[in-house]
Design a protein around this ligand. Structure first.
Ligand SMILES: *Cc1c(COP(=O)(O)O)cnc(C)c1O
Length: 240
């Protein structure tokens, strides 16, 4: 990395934290209630390591292979490592013991696979349930009305620690406004919180990315996943 790149990255991290803190305060919330997860996909180990050394405490990766490569290179250092991407059941085993949270669990089948793998390791794996809040055909995640059926089965998933919900709303319309979906997620989060399910504690509501994290915070997000505003636009060629 050049000195210039380092300066930009350092500045971006500070700016995103400031913006998140200001959004929290505007919403009458405390800045500490919001966890910033740096979405590190397509950024190489050197850039990730530099970010961690300069204020990033949580990293979220999207692809298992990419995570393992950077993990071997000690990219994440002291940071908490989470998985935020689409996960195939046959790849689950590579993550157990490495990630503190799997955010993107959108089917009973995947939850069962994680439960089994965690059991083999003798741990309880923290996860979030991904909700397909835009009800998009092509996207993974539980449909909002399906999630209740899943919650009735969580007593069979004793090696999971289900901490909350995660959502990726549809690509924002031209006005950049995902408030509708964020409100809906927030309501679902509250509705689930008022009920008692085994192995479930609704502590974490993960929503908000570069284009909309302030809106997400205004609707109760406790965890934002930010890539572009920290690392700049991703180049899909030649990385990492
Ligand atoms: C890439 C990614 C993000 C961050 O996206 P930006 O728009 O670059 O901030 C957040 N969540 C998930 C699941 C991602 O894949």
């Amino acid at each position: 990395m050049t000195e210039q790149e380092k300066a930009v990255l350092r500045e971006n991290i500070a700016r995103v934290k400031d913006r998140a803190a200001e959004a929290a305060i505007r919403a009458g919330r405390r800045p500490e209630e919001i966890t910033l997860v740096a979405a590190t996909k397509m950024n190489n180990a050197e850039r990730v390591r530099f970010a961690v050394e300069n204020g990033i405490a949580v990293c979220g990766e999207n692809r298992v292979q990419e995570l393992l490569e950077k993990y071997e290179l000690s990219a994440y250092g002291s940071a908490d490592l989470q998985f935020i991407g689409t996960l195939q059941t046959n790849k689950v085993k590579y993550l157990i013991g490495k990630v503190s949270l799997i955010q993107s669990v959108g089917s009973l089948r995947l939850a069962q696979a994680i439960d089994r793998a965690a059991g083999k390791h003798g741990i309880r794996q923290p996860i979030l349930l991904e909700v397909n809040i835009g009800r998009e055909q092509a996207k993974s995640g539980f449909m909002p009305n399906e999630i209740w059926k899943f919650l009735d089965k969580t007593s069979e998933l004793g090696n999971l620690d289900i901490r909350g919900l995660m959502a990726i709303p549809p690509a924002a319309p031209s006005d950049g406004n995902n408030l509708y979906y964020f409100h809906e997620m927030s309501q679902l989060f509250i509705d689930i919180s008022t009920k008692k399910y085994d192995n479930v504690s609704m502590a974490c509501l993960s929503m908000g990315m570069t284009n909309d994290f302030e809106d997400a915070i205004s609707c109760g997000s406790t965890m934002i996943r930010v890539g572009t505003a920290i690392f700049g636009a991703r180049s899909y060629a030649g990385q990492p």
